[in-house]
Design a protein around this ligand. Structure first.
Ligand code: ADP
Ligand code: MG
Length: 371
């Protein structure tokens, strides 16, 4: 480790082959990042609390410790050349602690703006970009007032720690407020007006340390039980909407001084004349499930782009290579692995998780049909 306590910029000191990337979080995203790093001659050190972390199988070095363990974090941060994270629910304090010891990309600023739904919406709105209408809810009275303003249906969401629809309650009538509020057990929340969208899309983009920006084609996402089920490309949106979505992602990445891959989930709405508009739902400061198709469907995968960006290296091409269908294997879906391998057009990815719990992402399968 060349830096010790002096945090230098990627532009002055890009990583060299043989250097080590530290990754906070040990899920499948960390696993695929570590594989991309290895391809570029880099080592990885994964830090995660769970013993059976999927990324541990493919890393150079692992630390199994809690995100509150400052001694373990210090040893980790000082053993690597740059640190990144593979999920946004690591405590902000952990990210800030690591950022004082080494380079952290994306930085703690990007993490704080994306892990709290209130700050996230305020950040988006401050750039003049559209979000669902929202109100902060810190106590039950706030919820009653918010429902008066936003109406029903509306969705109550915890500000932090939500994913795959967890920490969310749909409110269909004002008299459901009491029960909905109680279900969050006092967690700070926001109420969001329901957006009558026609499609859900996302932009997976990457920004380099020198400000260079690249984005993949917009993808269309289909959810089942609040979990991403399928991603398809091209998205059935107009070229103008497509360009607008990419521009919105670039504004966000620039505003956050972002380095790495950023995913932006959006709703597409249509007025009575069929004109499309875009509303930003949420951002993820990391590689994203809706970008898994890029492993085979784009010139450079999202995982390689993230590694290149956080190493201070030039970005690759985001060009799409065909028509794409990516399907998640959730829970017992993974039992289909043998049948899926019978189709030679399927690219099968399994994350090495031993227990196929309900709702757990076990793998995915991608098909790319040449253009
Ligand atoms: N304001 C909204 N209006 C309509 N549907 C919504 C709204 N917010 C969320 N949803 C639906 O719920 C899904 C999950 O919500 P999201 O905010 O993306 O949380 P998560 O962090 O769980 O992905 C979205 O993909 C969308 O289908
Ligand atoms: Mg989401």
């Amino acid at each position: 480790m060349r830096l010790k306590s002096v945090v230098s910029s990627l532009l002055l000191h890009p990583l060299q082959p043989g250097d080590t990337i530290g990754i906070l979080g040990g899920g499948q995203l960390g696993r695929m990042l570590a594989l991309a790093a290895a391809q570029l001659g880099l080592k990885t050190h994964i830090y995660a609390p769970e013993e059976d972390s999927p990324a541990f199988d493919v890393a150079t070095r692992i630390t199994q410790a809690s995100y509150e363990d400052e001694e373990a974090l210090r040893v980790f941060a000082e053993s690597v050349d740059v640190v990144t994270y593979e999920f946004e629910n690591i405590p902000l304090k952990t990210a800030q602690f690591v950022e004082r010891l080494n380079r952290l990309h994306p930085g703690a600023k990007a993490l704080s703006a994306t892990q709290d739904r209130l700050i996230e919406k305020q950040t988006i709105a401050a750039l003049g970009l559209a979000t669902a209408p929202f109100k902060a809810v810190d106590q039950r009275d706030d919820l009653v007032k918010a429902i008066e303003v936003l109406g029903t249906p509306s969705i109550l969401k915890t500000r932090c720690f939500g994913y795959d629809g967890k920490g969310q309650v749909m409110i269909r009538a004002a008299d459901e407020a009491k029960e909905a509020y109680a279900s969050l057990q006092g967690a700070p929340a926001i109420l969001e007006g329901f957006v009558p969208f026609t499609r859900e899309i996302s932009v997976v983009a990457v920004r380099a340390a020198n400000g260079a920006f690249a984005a993949y084609d917009v993808c269309e996402n289909i959810h089942a039980h609040h979990i991403l089920s399928e991603t398809r490309l091209p998205a059935a949106i107009t070229p103008a909407t497509h360009q607008k979505a990419l521009n919105m992602a670039q504004s966000l990445a620039d505003a956050l001084d972002y380095v790495g891959v950023l995913a932006v989930e959006m709703f597409v709405t249509q007025d009575e004349n069929g004109a499309e508009a875009l509303i930003i739902n949420e951002m993820a400061p990391r590689v994203h499930n809706s970008g898994h198709w890029t492993l085979e469907g784009a010139k450079t995968s999202q995982f390689e782009q993230h590694i290149r960006a956080i190493c201070g290296w030039p970005l690759g091409s985001c060009k799409r290579l065909g028509t794409v269908m990516m399907r998640n294997l959730i829970g017992v879906d993974v039992d289909q692995w043998q049948a899926l391998l019978q189709n030679p057009d399927n690219h099968l990815h399994l994350y090495g998780k031993s227990e196929a719990r309900q709702g757990r992402k076990m793998g995915h399968v991608t098909q790319v049909m040449a253009l």
